[in-house]
Write a protein that binds this ligand. Structure first.
Ligand code: MCA
Ligand code: AMP
Length: 502
């Protein structure tokens, strides 16, 4: 079934039920989701948007942004969410690559956004503000609703989500209706969603975690979603009373633990805490259990695969593991020769199933490399199964830093650093960071006699990179350690700077 039709099976029988609850107490019923998204679909149709056309959206977290998502998939178009932190240059790349028919940006940066959109010949450009207003909202207000959703097949695209490749250039993971439906239905069952569940939603909605895992499962359950514009540890602790499910990245859990208000009493009504997107330290898992009495459920996924494994809702949740493969999903750990390994042996994690994307947008060559001949996706994660079938991730073969649950690709930053005056070469590494899990760290080799200060480096990068990608520290070395093949040995740099953020 199509994505919207699937989500709506949960709520269509009672459109008066609460959908989104805002921090000021305002509540929108599911009728708003149904009718608001029909208006968005009507507007897109009147703009000539055809099934398969992309709708790119770089906006704040609002109910209107969710309606944009829902209406886009109802129109058979492809929803393309972008992090509002991206700078003009980054946005221009995404729009140029995806060639959307419609682009919706934020009023604060309307001029840059419009320039990027017009360079990519986007036909229709709108803005939508954090207050839910703007040219987009006006156009939707004037549109006629269309309730007969565009017919879509399960292999039709519902979304493209950009995720950076090792080449330093982001690639669009193409997510089909089947990909998103299978994950929503599987997680809804596996995590025991039930009548009366209330989701406390503090994640951003431009990534798989906050949008497709959190929002879709809750909507499929016809649940109330308590919508927080951004994560604020104090406000989340306040809102735990009256919520039953919370999903977050590990940084959120460590920040919650720093709140004196996080107590057993406060969490008494919560039945499920889920963590993912980055490794949850066993120490955080234990401290959270001691403090709240709750055992965090850790799961593992990727933009390209949605969720692949999870610890159980009923059954033992093991610290440091990401649980077992989801129903219908095959996960294997293979050796260098591509053959599956036994329990206890570390190798490359590969995934096949209805959750796995068909490939990257307009990257046929990459798609051949990233999948095995028998259709498994190469995740770039290194893992090991135990004899009970629980997977533990032990590292990554891909060069990636995960900072506060957000992916940062070293290559993208290294290319900019290498071009700075006075810099011979650079290596960007992730170093253990108490708040962010890994802190993006730049290591530079300078030309003889050159003087380059950290502040200058950051000032040069800031206009060109989303702020979360900026190095938290810049360090100088005489030379980068290399192996016999000439490849930079980043593990040696990580060892050398291991204590940097302690
Ligand atoms: C914000 N900053 C960061 C990060 N976030 N720096 C490094 N890493 C970050 N993750 C910077 C800002 O640019 C800013 O810098 C300063 O920190 C404070 O910004 P602020 O907005 O106050 O930060 P925050 O609101 O406290 O954000 C931290 C956060 C957030 C709550 C951890 O990053 C977050 O929501 N992370 C979750 C991301 C997520 O949903 N990941 C899922 C993708 P300056 O002061 O210089 O401007 S992965 C996924 O979807 C897969 C499928 C999966 O498995 O889930
Ligand atoms: P993204 O490309 O943003 O979807 O990030 C996907 C990557 O996040 C995976 O390939 C893993 O490296 C990492 N990841 C996701 N969930 C977990 C987890 N529970 N533990 C460790 N790493 C994770």
């Amino acid at each position: 079934m199509d994505l919207y039709g699937t989500l709506a099976t949960g709520f269509r029988s009672d459109l008066t039920a609460p959908w989104i609850e805002l921090p000021d107490g305002r509540t929108l019923p599911y009728r708003s989701a149904e009718e608001g998204s029909a208006k968005v679909a009507g507007l897109l149709r009147s703009l000539g948007v055809m099934p398969g056309d992309r709708v790119a959206v770089q906006v704040d977290k609002t109910p209107e942004a969710l309606l944009l998502y829902l209406g886009t998939v109802r129109a058979g178009a492809v929803f393309l969410p972008l992090n509002p932190a991206y700078r003009a240059e980054e946005v221009a790349y995404f729009l140029g690559d995806a060639e959307p028919a419609v682009a919706v940006g934020r009023p604060e940066v309307a001029r840059e956004f419009e320039a990027a959109a017009s360079a990519s010949r986007v036909r229709h450009v709108f803005v939508l503000g954090a207050d839910g207003r703007g040219s987009w909202a006006e156009a939707v207000g004037a549109a006629s609703p269309v309730h007969d959703d565009a017919p879509v097949g399960e292999s039709d695209l519902a979304s493209i989500v950009y995720t950076s490749g090792t080449t330093g250039r982001a690639k669009g993971a193409m997510l089909t209706h089947r990909n998103l439906v299978s994950n929503a239905v599987t997680l809804h069952t596996l995590w025991g969603f039930r009548s009366g569940d209330v989701l406390l939603h503090a994640l951003p909605i431009f990534h798989v975690h906050g949008l497709y895992v959190a929002t879709n499962t809750a909507m499929l359950n016809a649940s109330r979603i308590r919508f927080q514009e951004r994560f604020d540890a104090h406000e989340v602790v306040e809102a735990l009373a009256g919520s039953t499910v919370f999903m977050g990245v590990p940084t959120m859990y460590t920040r919650l633990l720093a709140q004196p208000g996080l107590t057993r009493e406060r969490c008494a009504g919560v039945r499920l805490f889920v963590s993912g997107s980055a490794p949850l330290l066993p120490e955080t898992f234990e401290r959270f259990r001691e403090r709240t009495g709750h055992t965090i459920l850790e799961r593992y996924g990727m933009t390209e695969t949605g969720m692949s494994t999870s610890n159980p809702w009923r059954g033992e949740r093991r610290a440091g593991t990401v649980g077992r493969p989801l129903t219908g999903v095959e996960v294997r750990v293979v050796g260098k020769d591509g053959r599956p390994l036994l329990a206890g042996q570390v190798g490359d994690v590969q995934v096949r199933g209805p959750n796995v994307m068909p490939g990257y947008w307009r990257r046929p060559e990459t798609n051949v490399e990233e999948f095995t001949a028998d259709g498994f996706f190469r995740t770039g994660d290194l893992g090991v199964f135990d004899t009970d079938g629980y997977l533990t991730l032990v590292g990554r073969s891909k060069d990636l830093v995960i900072s506060g649950g957000l992916n940062v690709y070293p290559k993208e930053i290294e290319l900019l650093l290498d071009a700075l005056p006075g810099v011979v070469e650079s290596a960007v590494i992730g170093v253990a960071h108490p708040d962010l899990g890994e802190g993006v760290t730049a290591v530079l080799v300078l030309k003889a006699g050159a003087q380059v200060r950290e502040a200058e480096v950051l000032a040069a990068l800031r206009p060109r990179l989303a702020a979360f990608k900026l190095p938290k520290a810049v360090r100088l070395v005489d030379e980068l350690p290399r192996n016999a093949m000439g490849k930079v040995q980043k593990h040696l740099l990580r060892e050398r700077f291991a204590g940097l953020y302690r």
